[in-house]
Design a protein around this ligand. Structure first.
Ligand code: ATP
Length: 221
């Protein structure tokens, strides 16, 4: 589902990430752990095509995202990848329902039909925010906003789910429930999951755990 080869990326500030090889099989659930600042979010952004590497290749669902134009990468991301951002990235002027259905607004290839609307409702219900769909993010708790972000990542039935601390703001019971939901939805859609987490108690639920400390590289002064 994901192939990363000889990946090199550096920010202007000096941080460099180098990953010789990383692969994720169809349907596989891989957790990424590692110290703060080791590049975990950066990798998710590279796989999603939000950042472009300086060198190397990233292939997602058989398509090389490196080398695509910005517009193509955006479309590819919206139709094939569900991304739960660390800061949720909800739009304040949209209701929870509109936020969940947002990928359909921005992607011509996705058709906002009754089935998509039903899926949004069912996901929200399963996440425990079924009665909050008409509220705007400002009127939702952090945990509720996080659930909206999770519903938005899953509603399109993506092939790959990228999750950056998707359960970070939830209580322990909710964490387990939300992870169950994320995994169940991913399994039904045959999607792979690449999840950054600091919740070590959740790690046994994943098939593989990758410690990111090994990849850290600083540019020499
Ligand atoms: N836009 C940016 N410009 C310059 N440096 C950045 C930028 N974004 C992140 N960095 C730096 O790159 C490094 C890796 O950041 P990243 O967010 O990928 O780490 P992380 O492992 O996800 O951290 P955390 O666990 O705290 O979320 C950090 O040192 C960070 O300061």
């Amino acid at each position: 589902m994901v192939e990363v080869e000889n990946l090199g990326f550096g920010y202007r500030g000096g941080f460099r990430l180098a990953i010789p090889q990383l692969s994720l099989a169809d349907g596989e659930k891989l957790a990424i752990v590692g110290p703060s600042g080791s590049g975990k979010t950066t990798l998710l952004n590279l796989v999603a095509g939000i950042l472009v590497p300086d060198s190397g290749r990233i292939i997602v669902a058989g398509t090389e995202v490196t080398g695509m134009s910005d517009a193509l990468r955006r479309r590819f991301r919206a139709s094939r990848i569900g991304f739960v951002f660390q800061d949720f990235a909800l739009l304040d002027y949209l209701s929870a329902r509109q936020n969940i259905l947002y990928p359909y607004r921005i992607t011509p290839a996705l058709v906002l039909d009754a089935a998509a609307r039903d899926r949004a409702e069912a996901l929200a219900e399963a996440c425990g925010i079924g009665d909050k769909l008409d509220r705007h993010p400002a009127a939702l708790s952090q945990g509720e906003q996080q659930r909206v972000a999770i519903c938005r990542a899953l509603v399109t039935r993506p092939r790959l789910v990228l999750s950056d601390e998707a359960t970070g703001n939830l209580d322990p019971d909710s964490k387990a429930r939300i992870l169950d939901l994320l995994f169940r939805q991913a399994e039904e859609a045959g999607a792979a999951v690449l999840a950054v987490t600091h919740d070590h108690e959740l790690l046994p639920r994943f098939e593989r755990v990758l410690d990111f400390a090994q990849y850290r590289q600083e540019t020499p002064a």
